[in-house]
Structures are given as structure tokens and as C-alpha cells.
Design a protein around this ligand. Sequence first.
Ligand code: HEM
Length: 414
Amino acid sequence: MSALPGRPPEPALQLDDSLSQRPHELYRNLHASGAGVRRVIMPPGAGPWSGLPVWLVTGYREARAALADPRLSNDLQRTARFFGGGAGHSRGAFSVALSQNLLHADPPDHTRLRKLVNKAFTSRAVQRLEPRIEQITADLLDRLAGVGETDLLVTYASPLPIIVICELLGIPASDEDAIRSWTKGLVSGASPADMATASEEIGAYLTDLVARKRANPGGDLLSELIRANEDGDQLADAELVPITFVLLIAGHETTINLIGNGVYALLRDRPQLERLRADSSLLPRAVDELLRHESPSSHGTFRSTTADLPLGDVVIPADELVLVSLIAANRDPVRFERPDALDWSRPQTSSLAFGHGIHHCVGAPLARMEGRIALGRLLERFPDLALAVAEDDLSWNRSTLIHGLRSLPVRLTA
Ligand code: HEM
């Protein structure tokens, strides 16, 4: 390890299950040590990166600097080398092809893809969805009437974003269940064989979908992506399939957990919950504060250094793996006063919940709108909403990408 003068090299810290199960406790201790970047060993049983040495960025200032630095690559071909066997390791052809999307590209490829996606995914397209999101939310809430207890992740937080992203992309409603089961398998870390099967199936499905939209375009986002044109440059089918894939995955796994984590955080803080109930104009601020407080996208994607990278009080050498912890940065006490408190009166926070720099989330306005409607309407409809289990009985998914509960049993009526 390279350390700048004044910072003696430290041994790498072995991480354990607390990375996913008690991240705030882990990061409170790391923040207290004063270092915003440190070398860690990934926990055992955590996926292909288990046991790998990684530079973990936890400070807000350092995280922002890292995410804006061109020496930190998001190119999957580079980072996959660290996981043994390259990008194709234990994965089918589609799995590799699907990963080659804008999230996993560096400039100039990223710049080109992002421009074309921005052309199709406009704020007008998102605004147009508002009445439909209200309608889907109302229908889901109607179905919960008279149900005493429910797992809110299954009956509310999951269906809303999946219906929205499928409708946005022009995926027929009859295919939503299949999409949900494929994407769930891919994100929650099934066995490599199951993941390969799921990505083969979803890859074949999306290839067919792109062909159908080309032959018969409509008013949906996928048709807009096919039409998108920047000085004569257009997206090829081989690019459209992985872009549709990343929109599908990023467009709902995170939003599910904005709703799930949001409800969880609200039910643990009655005074803030009551303030919100009394004044619904606080909802947009509340959504941003909930995103900061219990960030659904926990660590972003694995990145790697292309050159020595000075960060905080260390220099990360070239060709090292880096994980930028958004969940840690969003509770950095140097940046946020009383970081563990939920507080709608916080001055505008500019949290890193949607990332930062060139990969800043394309879908942030849509996610905010879904969060505002879903949380607001749920609180209106069920004033007695409460957790149906003790907090200690809840557990979190073991993922480095997504911070979300495995289930969220709630009582809807007193
Ligand atoms: C990128 C978070 C919803 C599409 C990102 C990144 C974060 C993020 C942190 C950057 C990842 C990195 O740099 O490693 C979230 C959260 C959401 C959400 C917390 C919900 C609460 C959505 C939605 C869509 C979407 C609804 C699309 C419909 C994307 C795409 C990228 C991205 C395409 C890649 C952008 C690029 O590489 O230029 N998101 N996201 N996200 N997100 Fe979101």
C-alpha cells in the first residue's frame, strides 16, 4: 500500500457479514477512525469477490472525488479480471453481452451511449408517467384493503416499479412475472449456473423484443431508443439489448428498496412520520432524506484504477479494485450533522444516493416520483401502519450493490 507522509500503512481490515447486515454500525466505527479510504478484505461467501483485497472509500469528500475521477474505471472487462477467469467466468454468452452497457463503460464509449439514452429518456417522458403511477399505486392499495398483515415488499414495493419500468419500455403486462423472476435471480446472487440460465433467458427475450419494436415501433422508451439519433449516430441492436437490460434492472431493484427501506425508516421514527403525515408538502424532501439515510444502492459497482490515484490521505496504486460506499458516505459525520438522524429539515443534502459524476443515475427523476407517490399514498391509506415483527427479526440481502430488506412484514390496520 502507498501512504502519503503522516499516514502509516495499516493492515487490511477483514470484513464480515456486518457489511450487509449492520452497515451503519460498521461505518460508524470506520468514520470514527478518521480515514475516508482504507484497504479491506471482502467477506467470505459474498460472491466472486469473496476474500479479495479492495480499497473501500467511506468518506463523503473522498467518494465524490473518486466518482468524478477518470483514473477510476467502470469498464467491466478490466474489473472482471480481478474476479478470476475474466468477464466470461462461469457465465453464459448473454451474461457477458448484457453487462456491456453504459454503466460498465468508460469514455468515450460511455459518453456516446449516455447521450443517446438521454435523448430518449427525457424529463417529459417521465412527467407523462405521473397519472399512470398514481393509478397503479391506487390499484395496489385497493388490493390491500381488508388485509391485516402483509409482506409489503411482495405486495406493494416490488410490483409498482416492475409495472412502471415494463410499461415505460413497452414490455407487455403478461411478461412482467417472467421479467421479475429473471431479474430477482440475477441480483440476489443465485448460483452461477442459475445466474447464467437467467441471463440466457432474459437475453433471448430482450433480443426478440428489440426485433419486434424495430418492426413495429410505438410510443415507448425502447422505441424512442431505437429512433434516438445524435448527428446520424444510432444505437445498434447489440447495444440496445444491454441498455434495455440495465434500465430494467437498475429501474426496479433500487426503487423497490427506496420504498421498502423508506417505510422501514419511517416506522422506526414516529415523530418524523407524524410530521410527514401532517404536512405532505414535505414528501419530496423526505424522499431525498430517506435515500440518504437508508441508501438502496449501497456501494455502486466495483471499479478499478487505471493509474495511481491520490485519494484522501492515501495513494491507491494502479490496477487495484475500488468500492465506493455510497451508504457510508451518506452518513459521514464530516459532511452531515447528526448523520444517523432522519430529519426533513436538513438543508439540501446532495447525498450520493444516485451516484455522482458521469454515471449519475439516469432514472433519478423517475425514482423520486415513484417514491413520493408510493410512500405518500401508503401513509394516507393506512394511518395505523406498523411493523408486524420485532426489528431484530428483519434481515438484509447479502449484496454489495443493493441495500434492501429480505422481507418487510407490516400490520396495515390496528
Ligand atoms: C446509475 C441509484 C433508479 C437507471 C445509478 C447509479 C446509482 C443509482 C448509485 C450509479 C452507479 C455507479 O456509479 O456505480 C439508483 C437508485 C434508484 C435508481 C437509488 C432508485 C431509488 C433508477 C431508475 C432507472 C435507473 C428508475 C431507470 C429507469 C440507471 C442507469 C444507470 C444508473 C441506466 C447507469 C447510468 C450511467 O452509467 O451513465 N443509479 N437508481 N435507475 N441508474 Fe439508477
